[in-house]
Every structure is written in structure tokens, then in C-alpha cells.
Ligand binder design. Structure first.
Ligand SMILES: *[C@@H]1O[C@H](CO)[C@@H](O)[C@H](O)[C@H]1NC(C)=O
Ligand SMILES: *[C@@H]1O[C@H](CO)[C@@H](O)[C@H](O)[C@H]1NC(C)=O
Ligand SMILES: *[C@@H]1O[C@H](CO)[C@@H](O)[C@H](O)[C@H]1NC(C)=O
Ligand SMILES: *[C@@H]1O[C@H](CO)[C@@H](O)[C@H](O)[C@H]1NC(C)=O
Length: 532
């Protein structure tokens, strides 16, 4: 019988609630603070949170664990999380805890069935952005939990993510994607590799201005070199060695047709480079390829990732609409001309946003997207009855599209993106938010994959503890377990913006390559403690 110890430390509640942390050590109970609580009665003596904040409380909880594999645990097994809140107003927000007048008596009690408390539950006491139950549960329940926690720890074993032989893709309903994005390769993004901009066109902010600053000839030469060298077969081998079975490849409309007036994009070897890498990934590693039409004529989201920052003229623009359909026709024909066209999915659009920095949709934009999806799908289906087609949920959740897309097409899949770097999430509890979201998406009528995810939270990004590992792994697990998997954004990332409260740089939260080299990305067969 394996014994795992862990401690929950709270250092100065009022000022540092977000720093509440869980530490794990395999051998002994770590005593990390001045007050060690030895019995349930010792837990909060304070009657207000301000008083409680004056005391450092360390709980040392011994968990004699039967090791249990999730393969034998069902979704409704009593071993799974029991503390999920039912109604929003039962819970307090983080801000509430900074109110010195809040009394412990103001905190609603949350009942916990102690016979089913697991380590995840204890961590869950700190809550998540979505399922808020942070300190609430802790103060109320700590005393009880502390008395005796004897519980199974649930492990999740990374599967051998299936790799269907070339041309035998089983469809998104039967597929689990452990994928990476090849962003910043065929469509530039300055944040992904700032040095490429600084070395060549420091004043440029996106691909359009990059080529505008440099002029077509110079820009073309640099980009052609990049197509050949930024992503190589060695990278694909590295992905494969971690069980990656899917590549999502962002590509712009200008790979399929000349740039429209007012754009400065270079049209060259993008398609060829994509085909070569895809061919290698398919034939050598049985990977699946998502051709992601990331940048549409006119600009569908106004962000730099569509090539031209601030341009948002795709919507309600017949010229852009027709050009987009032409792009879809060409992209489809291009896929179907490949020797292993059965190993591809075509994604019709990336992150459509009807207004700048509005990460949602309106009735009007939903209607317009449906018009595009319908017309584009028709073009694809005139060429292939079975090529899987991905449509974006536009940040409003896959179920929102059920009324329009239930039983419409057998080979349709929804692409949704889950990010926690905005919205106020804390690194240590965003992991739970991801599990919650994935579960909430599992009943959409079409299969869903998470086309982009990363491990930067809004607050408390830092290196040096297990938050990055847990955040990465819980997302990988959640998207595999409840959905059709996902693709990490991004395969490579060299972003040098400071995003951590310890001064750590963006790339440590966005580069699959770095995370793999640091042991954060697990491999098939690895046993992870399940946080979901
Ligand atoms: C609580 O712990 C912190 C960090 O170890 C320490 O700086 C602080 O003085 C402690 N506070 C009390 C009231 O013991
Ligand atoms: C807390 O209570 C005091 C005294 O009643 C009051 O002056 C203060 O504004 C309150 N603070 C907050 C944040 O509500
Ligand atoms: C419509 O789209 C075309 C092609 O993308 C673009 O050239 C044009 O400026 C757009 N029209 C408006 C009114 O934005
Ligand atoms: C959602 O799907 C899961 C798995 O198929 C099922 O167990 C669950 O009952 C469904 N939930 C709802 C609300 O339909």
C-alpha cells in the first residue's frame, strides 16, 4: 500500500489567499509553517477572516491510498469529485475574501461526504474560476477532513493515443486527439517568435506589415526559408515520441490565392511545405492533419493571428464571402489531391469574432457564420462525402450550435478553444476549470475538440512548483476523457513577454517543445494523478 502525504498551507489568508497551495512529498509530512494543526478543534479559532489571516495554518494530512486506476472508475463512481457547487450564489468570489468584514459565519456550508473525500477534493477546496468553492469549503470542512482522510487516489493512465494508419481515420466521434498546433509557421505571429521580427523587420507587428516593411522579394525569400526550416521532420519525430497523433496547421487564404488589394501577403511555398510535413507525419507516424484556414479574406477576427491586425471586413461582405468559398474549394481540392487525403480534416475558420476584442457572438453573427458554414460545407461535400469538416464555435460553446447542426452531417466536428490567460483564473485552480468545461461540452450533438489550449492563467503563473504540470496534464486528461481531444497551442513558442509573477516568460506556458523538454508533457502509459 502506497502512502502519500500532502500538506495544504495557507499563508496569511487575507493578503495571500491566491497563494494557498498544495505540496506533495512522497516520504514525509512537510511542516512548513508556524502553526501546525494537530486536531480538528485546532482549525480556525478565528471568528473573522482577518483574524484567520494572522495565523499560518498548515494541515498535514496523511493519505493511505489504495492505488486505483481510472480504467476501473466510472464517471459516476463515488470516488469522483463530490464538492462541485450547485448554485452560483452559494459561493463567494475571491474578492469576497479580501473584505475584512466578512465573517466565517457568512460563508455558506458545503456538505462533503467524508467517506468519499479524495486528494482532488482537498485541492478542490480552493475552488476554480468556474466552480467557486474556495475557502468556503476549506474553513468549513477542513476540521472534518483533517480528522481522517482515508481515500483512494485516482490515477489516470495516458492512453496510447490511437494512430490510425494512413487513410483510415475513424471519424472524430471515435478519435482522441493528442495534438499540437504548428502556429507561427505558415502564418506569422510576432509573439510566437519575436526574434524573427526583431531581426528582420522590428517595426512590423504581423505578417501583413512584415511583408509591407520588407517588400515582396525580401519577405518572400525569408518566408520561403522559414517554410523549409522552422518545422522539420525532427520536430515531428519529437512530437510522435510523446504520443502526439494530430497536427493542426494554420494557413492563410493567401496560400491559395493572391493577396487581395490592400494586403501585402506573400504567396509562395506554404502549401508545398504543409504537404511535405503532413506527408511525413502521416506516413512515418500515422498522424492526422488538420488544415486550419486561419486567416480569411477580409479578416474574420481583427487579431494579429489572421495576418493583419485590426482588419475586420470579412463579415457581411459578399466579396469576402465569395473569396472564402473559393479558398475552401481550393483547400479541399488540394487535400483530395494528396496521396493520403483520408488522413485530413479541413477547418473552415479560426476564432471568428464579430467585433474587435469581443470574444463572443451575436444572433446576427451566428446567422452569418451559419450561412458561411452551410455554403462552405456544400462546396466540400460536392467534392467529398467524407472529408471531416471542422467549424468554430466562436467562443460560445459547442452546444450553442446544436439547434443548427444536429444530425446535419456525419463528418462535422466543432473546434472550440479554451484559454485561461484572460478571465481572472489562477494557475492552480484553472486545472479544475478545464475539467469542468470539458465535462460541460461532452453532450454537444457533434463531437468537439479543443483546437487551442495553453497553460498560462491570468494570475500566479510561476515556475518552481507543480502548477504547470498539473494544469497541462489535467487539460490533456479532460479533453481526452470527455471530448475528442485537442491541440496544444503551440508546438513551438519563444515568447519573451513576462507573464509570471516570478518574472517567468510567456514561452514557459505556451511552448509544447519546452514543456516536453522539462518533463511536463507526459507520454503514453504514464500514470497521472487525476485532477478531473
Ligand atoms: C506566516 O508564514 C510566513 C511565511 O513563512 C511568515 O513570513 C510569517 O511571519 C508567518 N506569520 C505568522 C503570523 O506566523
Ligand atoms: C468594514 O466595516 C467598517 C466598519 O463598519 C466600515 O467602515 C468599512 O467600510 C467596512 N469595509 C468594507 C470593505 O466593507
Ligand atoms: C470586402 O472584402 C473585400 C475582400 O476581402 C475587401 O477588399 C473589401 O474592402 C471589403 N469591403 C468592405 C466594405 O469592407
Ligand atoms: C452527457 O453524456 C454523458 C456521457 O455520454 C452521459 O453519461 C450523461 O448522462 C450526459 N449528460 C446529460 C446531461 O445529458
Amino acid at each position: 500500500m502506497k502512502t502519500t502525504f500532502f500538506t495544504a498551507g495557507l499563508i496569511g489568508l487575507a493578503t495571500a489567499l491566491p497563494q494557498a497551495y498544495i505540496q506533495e512529498s512522497s516520504s514525509a509530512v512537510a511542516q512548513t509553517s508556524t502553526t501546525s494543526v494537530a486536531s480538528p478543534q485546532d482549525v480556525p479559532q478565528a471568528t473573522t477572516l482577518t483574524q484567520a489571516a494572522a495565523v499560518n495554518v498548515t494541515l498535514s494530512v496523511e493519505v493511505p491510498a489504495e492505488v486505483l486506476d481510472t480504467t476501473s472508475v466510472k464517471a459516476d463512481s463515488p470516488a469522483l469529485l463530490t464538492t462541485s457547487p450547485t448554485e452560483d450564489d452559494e459561493f463567494l468570489s475571491l474578492a469576497d475574501f479580501f473584505n475584512p468584514n466578512l465573517s466565517i459565519d457568512d460563508i455558506p456550508a458545503v456538505s462533503v461526504d467524508l467517506s468519499t473525500v479524495s486528494k482532488r477534493d482537498l485541492q478542490g477546496l480552493f475552488g476554480s474560476q468556474i466552480s467557486r468553492g474556495p475557502f468556503v469549503n476549506f474553513l468549513r470542512v477542513a476540521a472534518q477532513i483533517f480528522a481522517k482522510v482515508q481515500k483512494v487516489i485516482v490515477f489516470w493512465t495516458c492512453p496510447q493515443w490511437i494512430r490510425p494508419a494512413a487513410n483510415t481515420f475513424p471519424g472524430w466521434r471515435n478519435y482522441k486527439s493528442n495534438g499540437v498546433n504548428l502556429g507561427g509557421w505558415l502564418v506569422l505571429e510576432k509573439n510566437i517568435q519575436p526574434s524573427f521580427f526583431e531581426d528582420n523587420a522590428p517595426s512590423a507587428i504581423d505578417e501583413d506589415s512584415f511583408c509591407q516593411v520588407l517588400g515582396e522579394v525580401k519577405c518572400g525569400a525569408l518566408l520561403e526559408e522559414r517554410y523549409k526550416t522552422y518545422i522539420t521532420e525532427k520536430d515531428i519525430d519529437n512530437f510522435a515520441s510523446f504520443g502526439v497523433n494530430t497536427l493542426r496547421i494554420p494557413i492563410g487564404y493567401w496560400a491559395y490565392m493572391p493577396a487581395i488589394a490592400g494586403n501585402h501577403y506573400y504567396t509562395g511555398g506554404q502549401k508545398l511545405a504543409m504537404q511535405k510535413i503532413a506527408h511525413y507525419a502521416i506516413t512515418k507516424h500515422n498522424m492526422h492533419i488538420l488544415v486550419d484556414l486561419h486567416a480569411l479574406p477580409g479578416g474574420q477576427n481583427g487579431l494579429d493571428n489572421q495576418g493583419k491586425t485590426g482588419q475586420l471586413t470579412w463579415w457581411h461582405n459578399e466579396t469576402a464571402f465569395d473569396l472564402s468559398l473559393e479558398m475552401v474549394r481550393r483547400a479541399t481540392d488540394d487535400i483530395l489531391a494528396q496521396p493520403h487525403s483520408g488522413s485530413y480534416t479541413l477547418s473552415l475558420i479560426n476564432e471568428p469574432l464579430p467585433a474587435l476584442y469581443f470574444f463572443g457572438q451575436t444572433q446576427d453573427s451566428i446567422a452569418y457564420l451559419n450561412k458561411y458554414y452551410t455554403a462552405a460545407l456544400k462546396e466540400v461535400r460536392q467534392r467529398s462525402k467524407t472529408l471531416p469538416v471542422a467549424i468554430s464555435d466562436g467562443f460560445i460553446g459547442p452546444q450553442t450550435w446544436d439547434p443548427y447542426w444536429t444530425n446535419v452531417d456525419d463528418h462535422l466536428v466543432i473546434d472550440t478553444h479554451i484559454y485561461f490567460f484572460t478571465g481572472g483564473a489562477y494557475s492552480y485552480d484553472a486545472a479544475y476549470g478545464a475539467c469542468y468545461l470539458a465535462k460541460s461540452y461532452q453532450n454537444a450533438s457533434n463531437p468537439t475538440f479543443i483546437g487551442e489550449w495553453s497553460i498560462q492563467a491570468t494570475n500566479f503563473n510561476h515556475l518552481g512548483d507543480n502548477t504547470r504540470r498539473d494544469f497541462f496534464r489535467s487539460q490533456l486528461q479532460a479533453y481526452t476523457q470527455y471530448l475528442s481531444g485537442g491541440m496544444f497551442w503551440n508546438g513551438k513558442h519563444d515568447g519573451d513577454t513576462v507573464v509570471g509573477d516570478d518574472g517567468s516568460l510567456q514561452k514557459y506556458y505556451w511552448s509544447w517543445e519546452i514543456l516536453a523538454s522539462e518533463g511536463i508533457v507526459p507520454r503514453p502509459g504514464d500514470k497521472l494523478e487525476s485532477l478531473c
